[in-house]
Design a protein around this ligand. Structure first.
Ligand SMILES: C[S@@+](CC[C@H](N)C(=O)[O-])C[C@H]1O[C@@H](n2cnc3c(N)ncnc32)[C@H](O)[C@@H]1O
Length: 277
């Protein structure tokens, strides 16, 4: 379909150029089809554009619910004293800060030896995160910020006790590569945990959610962040991501054990978890 459109739209294109396009692999960027090599750059631009207003937009779009989802995500992980975490696509630090502050009720908050590495492909998001860490009561010695790609992590094998990725994996071009990299950098016994938008199963709720997503969120994006397109992409990318069970199967196929998921807010968001043995 894509190649025949190319022929139709651009009849004068040179044959070599056409052949190159035929051999290119395409993927989705929201509801658009784009060459695979272009997707990462486009996603990069989305987050570079929204970095400064990202946290405000999260609060506005989700009515603050993203805080509850992230708190629940951290309770699910329930990290102990000495855990080293890699938070991939950690953006402005929400998961990392919760991890360092997490107190399971045992009073270990300030005595813990936890360490977290935030890895994100976008330096603009990391810069906002670093600034926030400086403003919060966070021990910055326990925190490091690394610019890197989830599909090609700049870390050795078997380095971390836990791996988290929140609201990002749907943006990645090759989900399989992200899972392979997660598996590679985890120590045996390490835990993989993903927080992502997922499928609302109740038909009426799904219609309401779709109406809100498509008709309100891009408008909010325009008003708050001056960026309609990035938020249009956000909404579309959520619809392109596999449902809970399909994603759980991909995690199992990667070799993770005890894979399970837990829905929140009627399945609008799900936590997936698995262990490397
Ligand atoms: C929606 S934000 C989520 C940020 C943070 N995890 C949170 O929950 O607030 C998505 C993040 O994924 C990052 N990202 C997108 N593609 C990535 C990739 N291939 N590797 C690493 N980070 C990526 C973006 O730069 C952005 O910071």
């Amino acid at each position: 379909m894509i190649t025949s459109n190319l022929f139709r739209k651009e009849p004068n294109r040179g044959i070599l150029s056409i052949l190159r396009h035929i051999s290119e692999k395409y993927t989705h960027f929201g509801y658009q089809q784009v060459p695979e090599e272009e997707k990462a750059e486009r996603v990069h631009d989305v987050f570079a554009n929204v970095a400064k207003s990202y946290d405000d937009m999260n609060d506005a779009m989700s009515f603050g619910l993203h805080r509850i989802w992230k708190d629940a995500f951290m309770r699910y992980l329930n990290p102990g004293h000495n855990v080293s975490l890699l938070d991939v696509a950690g953006g402005t630090g929400d998961i990392a800060f919760r991890f360092l502050k997490y107190n399971s009720g045992t009073g270990l908050q300030n005595s813990s030896n936890r360490k977290v590495t935030v890895c994100d492909i976008n330096q603009a998001m990391l810069d906002v995160g670093k600034k926030r860490a400086g403003d919060l009561d966070i021990d910055t010695e326990k925190l490091s910020w690394v610019c890197g790609d989830a599909e090609k992590l700049p870390f050795e094998d078997k380095l971390f006790d836990a791996y988290t990725i929140a609201f990002c994996i749907r943006n990645c071009t090759h989900i399989q590569k992200v899972l392979e990299e997660a598996y590679r950098v985890l120590k045996p016994g390490g835990r993989f945990q993903c927080l992502e938008f997922s499928r609302v199963n109740h038909t009426i709720l799904r219609r309401l959610y779709d109406a809100y997503s498509f008709q309100v969120i891009p408008v909010m994006g325009e008003v708050i962040a001056g960026d309609w397109k990035s938020y249009q992409y956000l909404v579309e990318s959520i619809r392109q991501f596999p449902d809970q069970e399909t994603f759980a199967e991909a995690i199992r196929n990667m070799g993770f054990k005890s894979v399970e998921y837990s829905n929140m807010t009627f399945g609008a968001v799900a936590i997936h978890s698995g262990f490397k043995v």
